[in-house]
Design a protein around this ligand. Structure first.
Ligand code: SF4
Length: 439
């Protein structure tokens, strides 16, 4: 019998990591233990780490050291991509009790409790992590539908850390959806490493899927048969955006937000990155999505300073992004990651040039975001409110529309987790300001 313990959980990086740490948190509470928001009060700290860039890896290392420095007595369990990729390094960071590989993450709590009862250290694989705040309130829940990736983009360490594509069986996804809906969540976000590949598992990797042909579109259709208020999809690779997926947007509960990672708008750079589309393919897809989904927000990821990226290549990429008028850009400077093919490519871009290119794209992103937001000035939008702040003696509530507009509006009434009509009167790169029409 293990006495009740206090757990401090933290996660770095992507929505998938967030979904996983929230799943561990539910498991902890289900077993009668307590989640605490201060590591000084914890018996155990569990950190879900990230290594997508060298900055994420550094944050993971800092997190591990921070946890142990803040509470030298805390027992620590590490998991996530940083530990999978850099196990030896993680082992030397701090006094870590338990390290669990990504592939065994769903057994982390069992292993931890076994360790606690046996009073011994299990070392499966080394890892690290950063502090994470679990979702506040019951507004938006992340539901993991798959893990891993069978693609080989030359810059990417994630497919190495996460392994082959593996789908969560549809009945398990539906079961989790029903649990989250029962808890009062109004918005569900489907997450994974590569959700567009849902259902395309090799027999060896995923014997869990039933024999029928499953796809992301089919799963979305099944989920929309449930009483879900809002369903949001996380990032989908352009080559996975199947035509039948577009048909799903006839249901207004599917959020009009599509995140399509472009990475570069230059053909030659895309080839070196191992991406499976041309700039023209991407442009065609954006046109199709806009034609099918009115008011859709299309955002993207871009990498600058990829090895061999000349000034001309960058300008080609910049022009395409400018011309596509996407609503939001996530700009990353290329980060050489261990084990990737790109680390061996010649002609590295010097850091100052990469920094300048990054700044130009970030500025373009702000202009495009402001321009997209201005389209909604004078219009009524539906906002799912999440939280509030105090300003000038007023309570200012903040939330998101289905097409990913950040909207703020003053209200003395509690609006958390309500879907509310707002008339927008002002916009900038960060979002919109408005006044409530209903509450
Ligand atoms: S699609 Fe490419 S970038 Fe995305 S996880 Fe797979 S290998 Fe990495």
């Amino acid at each position: 019998m293990i006495a009740e313990m206090n757990f401090y959980l933290t996660s770095l990086g992507c929505k998938l990591n967030q979904a996983e740490i929230e799943s561990i948190a539910r498991d902890i509470e289900h077993r009668g233990h307590t989640l605490v928001s201060d590591v000084r009060l914890a018996d155990w700290a569990i950190a879900n780490t990230c290594t997508v860039t060298h900055i994420a890896a550094r944050k993971s290392r800092q997190l591990i050291r921070y946890l142990k420095r803040t509470n030298p007595l805390v027992r620590m369990a590490l998991t996530g991509c940083y530990v999978d990729i850099s196990p030896q390094e993680a082992q030397f960071l701090a006094d870590v009790d338990l390290i669990v590989a990504n592939v065994d993450k769903n057994t982390l709590l069992d292993r931890l409790l076994e360790f606690t009862s046996a009073g011994r250290v299990l070392q499966d694989i080394p890892i690290q992590a950063t502090p994470h705040r679990l979702t506040g309130g019951h507004t938006r829940a992340m539901v993991k539908i798959q893990d891993g990736c069978d693609n080989h983009c030359t810059f990417c360490v994630v497919h190495i850390a996460r392994g082959p594509q593996c789908s969560v069986p549809p009945e398990q996804v539906i079961e989790e959806m029903c649990e989250r809906l029962g808890e009062g969540y109004r918005e569900i976000v489907l997450t994974g490493v590569n959700i567009g590949a849902y259902g395309r598992d090799s027999a060896a990797a995923a014997p869990l899927l039933p024999s029928e042909n499953w796809s992301l579109a089919r799963l979305v259709g099944r989920i929309l048969s449930l009483p879900v208020t809002r369903l949001r999809l996380s990032s989908i690779e352009p080559w996975d955006f199947a035509p039948e997926l577009l048909d799903m947007w006839t249901d207004s509960r599917l959020c009009r937000h599509v995140h399509l990672p472009l990475q570069s708008g230059c053909e030659a750079t895309l080839r070196r990155m191992g991406r499976r589309y041309s700039a023209a393919d991407f442009e065609r897809l954006v046109t199709q999505i806009r034609a099918a989904v009115s008011g859709v927000s299309i955002s993207t990821d871009l990498i600058v300073g990829f090895p061999g990226e000349t000034d001309q290549e960058f300008e080609e990429s910049f022009r395409l992004v400018q011309q596509l008028e996407l609503s939001r850009l996530h700009v990353f400077r290329y980060s050489p990651r261990p084990g990737t093919a790109a680390i061996h490519l010649p002609n590295p871009v010097d850091p100052r040039t990469a920094q300048e290119r990054s700044q130009r794209l970030i500025q373009l992103g702000e202009e495009l975001a402001a321009s997209f937001h201005r389209r909604f000035v004078g219009r009524e939008v539906q906002v799912l409110f999440e939280g509030s702040r105090q300003a000038a003696g007023m309570t200012i509530w903040s939330g998101l529309t289905d097409n990913y507009l950040r909207v703020e509006a003053p209200s003395a009434i509690q609006l958390a987790n309500t879907l509310t009509s707002v008339h927008c009167y002002q916009a900038d790169a960060t979002g919109l300001r408005g006044e409530l029409l209903t509450a």
